[in-house]
Design a protein around this ligand. Structure first.
Ligand code: ATP
Length: 285
């Protein structure tokens, strides 16, 4: 992957509150070209509010945002021409076909030379592009939303819960598209409350809880540094099978291995959820 040092997106000490409710409380992050940064946190953690500030939908109460070297919101129009956004609220036109939806969006950008058929092909809607969106499945709509975000060949892509509620096949095809965009040098920021998604897609993961970033690192490093590996041991005890989970490097394991009736021993890697609990004192759900 072509990750470079130059950050395409940088946010410093962002704050936002809805009335008295603090939603974002000092968030700083940066995303390089070709990099996928996953913002992982439970419902209400402040992920959507952070993205809304980064794409210019909400003005930060405090903090600084720079996208492609331009300050947000001061250069909002110039920035919006060069970013792509996949947001939870998917405002597609149901009575138009998928292709017409894309054409409409391309016109908004003043782009005349977009190869809409190639774009529809890329998101697996090649044969359904002329059908009305009202007849699309949830996965097809989401793929069309991703296609729409790619109409202007963006340099930075923002995706809020891109695979939420999709079946595994649709989710996989959207993940493949996101990876392909990063491969061509796009900086990607995505939010998710799904640790598998964060782990599978992100070069780096930021844990967010109660509006604050608790940790930010490569998923492997988070798991290795903070997660404790465990061992699942199954033993035959009389007529029953007893299953115990113990730490990999503890006395307990040595004691168990010395006993009779050993059936299986499996090491288990820490998950991002385990590490998240370590930092936040709560899980992702
Ligand atoms: P989810 O995964 O549920 O989308 P999130 O991590 O994106 O959650 P936000 O939507 O940013 O979190 O919400 C952060 C906090 O701000 C929450 O406490 C939420 O209740 C509150 N909040 C969000 N939008 C509004 C709003 N329009 N008015 C008032 N409070 C809001």
């Amino acid at each position: 992957m072509a990750v470079t040092d130059e950050p395409a997106l940088r946010a410093d000490d962002l704050h936002y509150a809805y009335g008295d409710r603090v939603a974002v409380d000092g968030v700083s992050l940066s995303v390089s070209r070709g990099e996928i940064l996953g913002l992982l946190g439970p419902n209400g953690a402040g992920k959507s509010t952070t993205i809304k500030m980064l794409i210019g939908l909400l003005p930060p109460a405090a903090g600084r945002i720079e996208v492609l070297g331009m300050p947000m919101p001061q250069q909002r129009m110039q920035i919006q021409a060069r970013i792509g956004v996949v947001f939870e609220e998917k405002n597609l036109y149901p009575n138009l076909s998928g292709r017409e939806n894309l054409a409409f969006f391309a016109r908004l950008f003043g782009l005349a030379d977009v190869d809409l058929d190639a774009l529809l092909e890329r998101v697996g809607l090649g044969t359904r592009g002329r059908d009305r969106v009202s007849g699309y499945s949830k996965g097809m709509r989401q793929r069309l939303t991703v296609a729409r975000a790619l109409v202007n060949r963006p340099d930075v892509l923002f995706l809020d819960e891109p695979t939420d509620g999709l079946d595994p096949v649709s989710a996989r095809s959207i993940r493949a598209l996101i990876r392909a965009e990063a491969e061509r040098g796009v900086a990607v920021l995505l939010t998710t409350h799904d640790m598998y998604e964060a782990d599978a897609l992100s070069d780096r993961v930021a844990f967010i809880n109660e509006g604050r970033i608790l940790a930010l690192d490569a998923p492997e490093r988070l798991k290795l540094t903070h997660g404790q590996r465990s061992v699942r041991v199954r033993r035959q005890v009389g007529d029953t099978v007893e299953e115990t989970v113990v730490a990999l490097d503890g006395e307990e394991l040595r004691a168990l291995i010395g006993r009779d009736g050993l059936l299986t021993i499996h090491t288990e890697e820490a998950t991002l959820e385990d590490v998240f609990v370590d930092f936040a004192g709560r899980g992702l759900e």
